[in-house]
Design a protein around this ligand. Sequence first.
Ligand code: MG
Ligand code: MG
Length: 254
Amino acid sequence: MIRLKNEKQIDGIRKSCKLLSAMFRELVPRVKPGVSTADLDSWAHNWITKAGGRPSFLGYGDKKNPFPGALCVSINEEVIHGIPSPRKIMPGDLVSIDCGINLDGFISDQAITVEAGTVSAAAHTLNRVTRECLAAGLAAAKAGDRLLQISRAVEERARQAGYGIVTQYGGHGVGFGVHEDPHVPNVPKGANPRLSNGLVIAVEPMITEGGGEVRLLDDCWTVVTADNSLAAHWEHTLAVCGGAVEVLTEEIVW
Ligand code: MG
Ligand code: MG
């Protein structure tokens, strides 16, 4: 069931999103070779807590195997949900970082893929095109129109470039919870609700150099490409309010 938000609630989610983007801007320069993903995670946890928020991914999921970090850090063939660890970032790694903040009960969601040191031309192009997939999806989001317009635009940009699209995971409603209805797929299949006032969703293309098939590692969190090809992941949270689409999270420029 889709839970629409009123303007006051959207304002709370907007504040949470701005805080999350501010965190990402300070995080990006720290994503470099030699730093462990656990170091990034503890830095982000401290930053969010000091700012008065709570990392919304920490403790999320099944009680028997809750997510143990503030950040998901997924490197190279890891697509999403990588667990922070002592693993050190290497030169040339594609480092996808996903984070959410709970600020006064309002939840935000954003992901970026950072190039550590100098990456291969192929990795750089995959990353750029994945970011373009997100931009195309957001540009296709029109208030009063249908959700799968977004999916269609994401798919079209990825296919033009000959890339794979992960279809087992995708975007989602967000704001009161980490994952809410509706599902926001990266190909135009499934439920196609209207982009009505009060809808808040995360749009998040996950694009691969090879096929779009994925598998889950034994930690029951990390999702990797089935063919071990590189993946990139970009995400924004948007709201439909006052008859228009507003992207609530901010572009991270570096
Ligand atoms: Mg996310
Ligand atoms: Mg998300």
